[in-house]
Design a protein around this ligand. Structure first.
Ligand SMILES: Cc1cc2nc3c(=O)[nH]c(=O)nc-3n(C[C@H](O)[C@H](O)[C@H](O)COP(=O)(O)OP(=O)(O)OC[C@H]3O[C@@H](n4cnc5c(N)ncnc54)[C@H](O)[C@@H]3O)c2cc1C
Length: 466
């Protein structure tokens, strides 16, 4: 193991949170993880792990010890009989894709990116879209972890079954995950058809559209009546990629867009114009693609951003979007595009946002052009109010205001999860501010005050039509 670094600063990808741990380690073996956990427990230190650091919150932060698992990224085994693959838990999803493909396998569904580590992705119930497909946590078949006493535990439906039910979506609270087995399927290509539709068409035909493809996603553009629907289906068709000039134009436009968003920090009344321009350049026409599954599932999330995302029962989808639209129509704050609407099948993972119910995820972003702050507080507060009124559960990786009492109302197995946590971590060495704030009774979640920007966002609605 590399020697501990006392000068390390952790920053998440979006650079919205940072912390300075007392010591930082990069273990290469499970024995080293066990030794570190025992040392932390003896010295009364908090110890947290980060994978890719892509969570848009302080979820992995610690002022005690921090570990990164990038060096524990090896394939352990592939079982071609059951199509399951076991990896060391620090492996990134993008490292898994070529290894799986070489064995004729692929993950059944992915989110927007493949940067995440396997343990980090399942920690927060990372999801893609597709009403017949669960999130990544629901595909986990085995978890191995080092608990707070330094004991290695193998967890599956047959061994430590209660720990397994908790650890498939573990939010970093149970131990240090060292191995994960995940269900795959035979490698496949996806055909994607993306086209604009009217906002009202999406709402009126929601039930039919959600089932119109294996993986359906909507991008809704505020300041407009427009939505883009993406329909993805497995196919044997040959690869079809966009022409090179289109890809280059898109890259250039991305920087122009960033520059324009930067300008709207000071001249907010131009925001609807800017969004109109980007829409007309990139979303107003039909786009048809065929490629390997991971290349189609993943997409360009552009630059650093604040994000907020909730899972609501699927039957609330149209009503929740109408409520949100009504709030945003009169909003006295800016809204960046797009609002992302995705669907996930129910599962039996205790803290999965899709535990026991098919869900619609609604996600909002506020970009940080050139990594500069933008105000998002009022948007987040209104968004959370609407999501809560529809019985929503927040994405664990993202910032939210749910306390233990709120979460206990929407997660029937929360107390079972916390009982497992206390048993596995009697000295609370994995408890950090995030977990105390949201998971323990009496925690007080807050959203930080907005940064002050001179001349920002005049107090008037910015709504206009495309
Ligand atoms: C651009 C972008 C796009 C995204 N797209 C999606 C999306 O489409 N769908 C979606 O659901 N989410 C999405 N996310 C969120 C992302 O999937 C989650 O934040 C995920 O948890 C990040 O994985 P990570 O490896 O970076 O974990 P980190 O952020 O590093 O850690 C997350 C949690 O896992 C814990 N952890 C990590 N490794 C271990 C380990 N080995 N043992 C124990 N605990 C561990 C950490 O302590 C922390 O509690 C996106 C994020 C970004 C920045």
């Amino acid at each position: 193991m590399s020697s501990p670094d006392p000068s390390f600063t952790y920053r998440n990808w979006a650079q919205t949170f940072e912390c300075r741990p007392e010591l930082y380690f990069e273990p290469e073996t499970e024995d080293e993880v066990v030794a570190l956990v025992k040392r932390a427990a003896d010295e009364g230190k908090v110890v947290k792990v980060f994978g890719a650091g892509h969570s848009p919150s302080d979820l992995p932060c610690s002022d005690g010890y921090m570990l990164n698992m990038d060096k524990m990224n090896k394939l352990i085994e592939i079982d071609t009989r059951t199509n399951t693959a076991t990896f060391e838990a620090g492996v990134r999803l993008h490292e898994m894709h070529p290894i799986l493909r070489a064995q004729g396998l692929a993950l059944s569904v992915l989110g927007a990116i493949s940067e995440q580590s396997l343990a980090g992705a399942i920690a927060t119930g990372t999801h893609g879209t597709g009403i017949q497909f669960g999130n990544l946590s629901s595909s986990v078949r085995y978890v191995r972890l080092v608990n707070g006493c330094g004991r290695v535990m193998d967890c599956s439906p047959a061994q430590n079954a209660d720990v397994f039910a908790a650890a498939r979506c573990h939010i970093g609270a149970l131990g240090i995950v060292t191995r994960v087995s995940i269900q795959c399927e035979p490698a496949f290509r996806l055909e994607s058809v993306q086209e604009p539709i009217e906002f009202e068409t999406m709402l009126d035909d929601m039930d039919q559209l959600v089932h119109a493809a294996q993986h359906t996603k909507f991008l809704w553009f505020p300041y407009s009546n427009k939505v883009v629907i993406s329909k993805l289906n497995r196919t044997d068709k040959p690869v079809l990629r966009p022409a090179e000039p289109w890809a280059i134009t898109r890259l250039k436009d991305r920087y122009v867009y960033e520059l324009e968003l930067y300008g709207t920090r000071f001249l907010p009344s131009f925001l609807p114009e800017v969004e109109r321009w980007f829409w007309s350049k990139h979303y107003a026409r039909r786009v048809h693609l065929v490629d390997d599954s991971n290349r189609v599932f993943n997409f360009d999330c552009m630059f650093r951003q604040y994000t907020n995302e909730w899972a609501i029962p699927i039957e609330h989808t149209a009503a929740a979007i109408r409520d949100l639209n009504a709030v945003l129509a009169n909003a006295r704050y800016p809204i960046h595009f797009p609002i992302e609407i995705r669907f996930v099948r129910r599962d039996d993972v205790w803290l999965s946002p899709s535990y026991g119910r098919d869900v619609c995820y609604i996600g909002v972003v506020m970009y940080k052009p050139f990594n500069k702050n933008v105000p998002y507080r009022n948007f987040w507060l209104d968004f959370e109010r609407v999501m809560k009124s529809h019985d929503g559960r927040p994405h664990w990786a993202k910032y939210h205001l749910m306390s233990y009492e709120d979460l206990a109302r929407v997660y029937p197995r929360l107390d079972d999860f916390l009982a497992v946590r206390r048993r596995l971590d009697p000295k609370n060495i994995f408890l950090n501010d995030y977990l105390k704030r949201h998971l323990l009774p009496g925690g007080k979640p807050e959203i930080p005050e907005d940064p002050k920007i001179q001349g920002q966002f005049a107090n008037r609605p910015l709504k206009s039509k495309l």
